[in-house]
Design a binder for this molecule. Structure first.
Ligand code: ARG
Ligand code: MN
Ligand code: MN
Ligand code: MN
Length: 306
């Protein structure tokens, strides 16, 4: 099978350095080699990690309360074009982040390509401790990694192309086509936005959660899986910028990815928020988190126990 790979060493959607080093760490630990040799993918795109340093504007003052707004807008716009180009060829696309702001670009690129190629709206499965649906105005932090869902569902509107105004209708999906798994740290402003929408906790057990999630999406709908490693419990993934206790086990995370793979409808996968420079014990913690990230990606791309 063909797989488009985009490696995004970008951290501007939040304040902590180090999340930009994740793609290299994942690749150095053998992820792409495993996809090639063990899962038999033919990889497209380049093995180089994009830092998009050339897209950093000289002056990037806050705008509508957003931090680094021009830089994040420019990076996600470029990323959208890259993901679109791969998906338009009919390839599954794997994006290695980077903080979760990059999903503005990946989801936009997938949504547009699938619309053109198949005439379909995508569904997004957002696996995360956080809802990431703040609007610039509802966000307390101003960090754009807490806002991507609001941009790709059209909840946040902006005309200026330097500040995400490049996002058009064909980059978006309706909130009805979004399913959350793993949420446990939702801001008050986000709760207001989500009131009345459905989401899946893990209180039902992960098997039932996946049944309900996939039933809601409906069979035959192209799926974009956006996996924030902080959905896992910090026991499995301590090296991440906004860890929240009480998360998924690695086996539950892998199972989610396996189930999504088995639908046969997966068109894109993001793995984000691995930050190898953060952990209580940096060597073991970072190593474990990178290993967990690799495992999730392999499961999403077809590795299974049997
Ligand atoms: N809700 C908080 C905020 O908006 C935290 C978001 C964390 N997002 C993430 N992708 N890790 O700032
Ligand atoms: Mn998160
Ligand atoms: Mn997130
Ligand atoms: Mn398979």
């Amino acid at each position: 099978d063909n797989l488009g790979v985009v490696a995004v060493g970008f951290s501007g959607g939040q304040a902590k350095q180090g999340v930009d080093a994740a793609p290299s760490a994942l690749i150095e630990s053998g992820l792409l080699r495993q996809l090639r040799e063990e899962l038999n993918y033919k990889l497209h795109g380049d093995d180089t990690v994009h830092s998009y340093a050339d897209l950093a504007p000289a002056d990037d003052a806050p705008y509508r309360n957003m931090k680094n707004p021009k830089h994040v807008s420019a990076v996600t716009q470029r990323l959208c074009e890259q993901v679109y180009a791969q998906a338009r060829e009919g390839r599954m696309v794997l994006t290695l982040g980077g903080d979760h702001s990059i999903a503005i670009g990946t989801v936009a690129g997938t949504a547009k390509a699938i619309r053109e190629r198949l005439g379909r709206e995508i569904a997004v499965i957002w696996v995360d401790a956080h809802a990431d649906i703040n609007t610039p105005e509802s966000s307390d932090s101003g960090n754009i990694h807490g806002m991507p869902v609001s941009f790709v569902t059209g909840l946040t509107k902006e005309d200026n192309p330097d500040y995400f105004g490049w996002l058009k209708e064909d980059h978006m999906l309706s909130l009805k086509k979004l399913v959350y798994i793993g949420l446990r740290d939702v801001d008050p402003g986000e709760k207001k936005i989500l009131r009345g929408e459905r989401h899946q906790g893990v209180q039902h057990g992960i098997g039932r959660v996946m049944e309900m999630a996939l039933a809601h999406i409906g069979s035959d709908t192209p799926i974009h899986l956006s996996f924030d490693v902080d959905a896992l419990d910090p026991m499995w993934a301590p090296s991440t910028g906004t860890p929240v206790r009480g998360g998924l086990t690695l086996r539950e995370g892998d199972y989610i990815c396996e189930c999504v793979h088995q639908t046969g409808s997966l068109v894109a996968v993001d793995l984000v928020e691995v930050n190898p420079s953060l952990a209580p014990e940096i060597d073991t913690g970072a190593h474990e988190t990178v290993r967990a990230g690799c495992s999730l990606v392999r499961c999403a791309l077809g590795e299974s126990l049997l």
